[in-house]
Design a protein around this ligand. Structure first.
Ligand code: TD3
Ligand code: ZN
Length: 309
């Protein structure tokens, strides 16, 4: 069933688990994610960035999501805009049938972020759509915006409380040490659980979102490298830390890099083992399977969202 994230998050907060939000760009990725959700009986969030929408095209994207919902009517599926850059993009997604949008005003000042977020919230709520906002800055690469690691700014819990009150946003993405992409940590992976705890104390009813939360699964990186890739020194958020986050009030965990790695590893393996392969189904099928296994692992063993429907 196509749903907003409202009931999903209410249940996840009550029962103490997180819901995976997986970035989608094409048919194989969508199929892999929803099949994993169906098999593990987990709710799921499909999310598309504005560049993904440009790539796949809105009509194709929405028809594929519609097909996924029809194929798996028992699975609660939300379709969400990831890192909405401006009001116009959020409006376009709301008008096209998205059930949730993110407005990412984290690059603006506190007051400008509030103003922009409020504008999106007003429009979205008038259409029955929910809004995720962001406060604080993630380190690393955020779609096209680059933030230097030294400029990483953790979310201020006091500001978070005021922000939610003044914007009426439905969920809040926070910065507690994660970053986008395959290179999240130089040394030990560490998240500021103390900040998360204080945020949860101040806004206990607001679902919290963790961006940049891929594990950068070592087995997938090794597989890419074993079959001709060159991705040295990649490092993400270990499963144990994500498990802790899922148990500590994080309701939505965003994953893109691990899916990219799975797809690439699967394709590379076929090409490397059979250089004569040129039927796209021959290399996309194993890639789709590997994405499905990756998503299932997260739902069942890390986020704790399996058997919740
Ligand atoms: O918003 N996203 C997905 C887009 C970022 C580009 O990878 C995330 O927060 C997921 O972050 P990641 O890189 O850890 O999967
Ligand atoms: Zn993100």
């Amino acid at each position: 069933m196509l749903v907003t994230t409202k009931e999903m998050f209410e249940k996840s907060m009550k029962e103490g688990y997180a819901i995976g939000a997986f970035n989608v760009n094409n048919m194989e990725i969508i199929q892999a994610i929803v099949e994993a959700a169906a098999e593990s009986r987990s709710p799921v969030i499909l999310q598309a960035s504005s560049s993904a929408i440009k790539y796949a095209k809105m009509r194709y994207l929405m028809k594929m999501v519609e097909a996924a919902v029809e194929e798996h009517p028992e699975v609660p599926i939300a379709i969400h805009l990831d890192h909405g850059p401006d009001f116009e993009t959020a409006k376009m997604c709301i008008d096209s049938g998205f059930t949730s949008v993110m407005i990412d005003g984290s690059k603006y000042s506190f007051e400008e972020n509030i103003e922009l977020t409020k504008k999106v919230v007003d429009y979205a709520h008038s259409k029955g759509v929910v809004v995720e906002a962001e406060l604080g800055k993630l380190a690393g690469i955020e779609d096209e915006v680059k933030v230097e690691a030294s400029d990483a700014m953790y979310t201020d819990p006091v500001q978070a409380q005021e922000f939610v009150k003044r914007t009426g946003c439905d969920s809040l993405a926070i910065a507690i040490g994660t970053s986008h992409g395959a290179y999240k940590f130089k040394g030990e992976a560490k998240l500021r659980f103390d900040i998360l705890k204080e945020i949860k104390e101040r806004i206990p009813n607001t679902p919290i979102v963790l961006h940049g939360a891929s594990t950068v699964i070592p087995k997938l990186v090794e597989m890419c490298n074993q079959y001709g890739g060159d991705i040295p020194g990649a490092k993400g958020v270990p499963d144990e830390i994500l498990k802790q986050a899922s148990n500590s009030g994080v309701s939505k965990i965003n994953v893109d890099t691990d899916l990219r790695l799975a797809m690439t590893a699967g394709i590379r393996k076929v090409f490397s083992e059979d250089p004569s392969a040129f039927d796209p189904r021959k290399y996309l099928m194993p890639a789709r399977e590997l994405i499905k296994d990756t998503v299932k692992h997260k739902m069942v063993n890390v986020f704790g969202s399996s058997n919740r429907i």
